[in-house]
Write a protein that binds this ligand. Structure first.
Ligand code: PPS
Length: 328
């Protein structure tokens, strides 16, 4: 694979140059229409390699998938805690108390940005069950993930709140040298599906359709449902992953302790999430925690924005069976 390095990089460059391009959301990289989704230029090579080289999938692997700003960090924390509830007590020395969920549950596509052989070795040495994250749309996942018995837990969010979260986030993490993106500019892009890993509707529908066709493979969750009844969904995730809680665990409060450990209030105040940076882009960990509520869109949307996005949601999701209760 090392000898292929140079050739591969040339091919990646040629590929990028051939793709349709759009300006991003106040980020220093362009978005490219790669395999029908808007992939950040800095991630195309990694996604491409992830598809090619992530082969040794284990049946016990769990992939937590999401559209950006849908509650990824929350579902990563919950899935890790649930899948490991026999190993780690939520009450003491839990890895989440000292490690940010994005570090504990690494994004698969970003893992392939560096040396491929090192990454493959690193991934193969991870303790089972291995839990990964991904923003890659279902159609672009490696065959190995789709064809193995590994499980996928997907989270999506009401597009109204997803937009508000994304607009705040991208402006927060943008380099100082770039101008802020106005809400109008961002909204125009969002309505046209132009955002990292978008369009949001095809991202959601890809996993939604698969969850219907293959319910044992993909568990489809909504941020709002999880907020409304976390207890119910934690049990659902545990059953889906094949590690249900026993009656004894339930009555001794294990589920409640997991919910508390992963709650927005607790996670945002943990020292490990309050300082330091993460990833290639050096994003401040605290920027992954803003409000953690449903219905915040009412504080941002004008009536005309509401009308426009409602019509797009209606049109794009129509006939799919996927819908969002309007939360306000
Ligand atoms: S990312 O960058 O794609 O990983 O961001 P993501 O984690 O998907 O989304 C960030 C939003 O999730 C909120 N958040 C939480 N909600 C509930 N519980 C917990 N524990 C939690 N942690 C983070 C975070 O505040 C962002 O939402 P907004 O609406 O902006 O507050």
């Amino acid at each position: 694979m090392t000898s292929m390095g140079g050739i591969q990089e040339n091919e990646d460059e040629k590929l990028i140059l051939s793709l349709p391009k759009e300006k991003p959301w106040a980020q220093p990289y362009d978005l490219y229409l790669f395999q029908n989704f808007w992939c950040p230029g800095i991630h195309i090579q990694a996604v491409n390699r992830f598809q090619k080289y992530f082969e040794a999938v284990k049946d016990s692997d769990v992939v937590v998938a999401s559209f950006p700003k849908s509650g990824t960090i929350w579902i990563k924390a919950l899935t890790f805690s649930i899948a490991n509830h026999h190993r780690f007590s939520p009450l003491e020395n839990h890895p989440l108390l000292t490690t940010n969920p994005h570090e504990l549950v690494p994004f698969l596509e970003f893992s392939f940005g560096g040396n491929i052989q090192d990454q493959i070795l690193h991934l193969s040495n991870m303790t089972e069950p291995r839990i990964f994250g991904t923003h890659t749309p279902f159609t672009s996942l490696p065959k190995s993930i789709k064809e193995s018995n590994c499980k996928l837990v997907y989270i999506c969010r009401d597009p109204f709140d997803n937009f508000v979260s994304a607009w705040n986030y991208f402006n927060k993490v943008k380099p100082m040298s770039l101008p802020a993106l106005t809400m109008e500019e961002a909204f125009e892009k969002y309505c046209n599906g132009i955002m990292d890993y978008g369009p949001w509707w095809s991202h959601m529908l890809g996993y939604w359709n698969e969850s219907i066709a293959n319910p044992n493979k993909v568990l489809f969750l909504k941020y709002e449902d999880l907020k409304e009844d976390t207890n119910f969904h934690v049990k659902r995730i545990a059953e889906f992953l094949g590690c249900p809680f026993t009656q004894k665990e339930e009555s001794s409060g294990v589920i409640q302790s997991i919910i508390k450990l992963c709650s927005f209030e607790n996670m945002k105040d943990l020292e490990v999430n309050k300082s330091g940076k993460i990833g290639r882009g050096g994003i401040e960990k605290k920027d992954f925690f803003r409000k953690g509520e449903k219905g915040d869109w009412v504080n941002y949307f004008t009536p005309s924005m509401q009308e426009k996005l409602s019509a797009i949601v209606e049109e794009k999701l129509s006939g799919s069976g996927l819908s969002f209760k309007k939360c306000s």
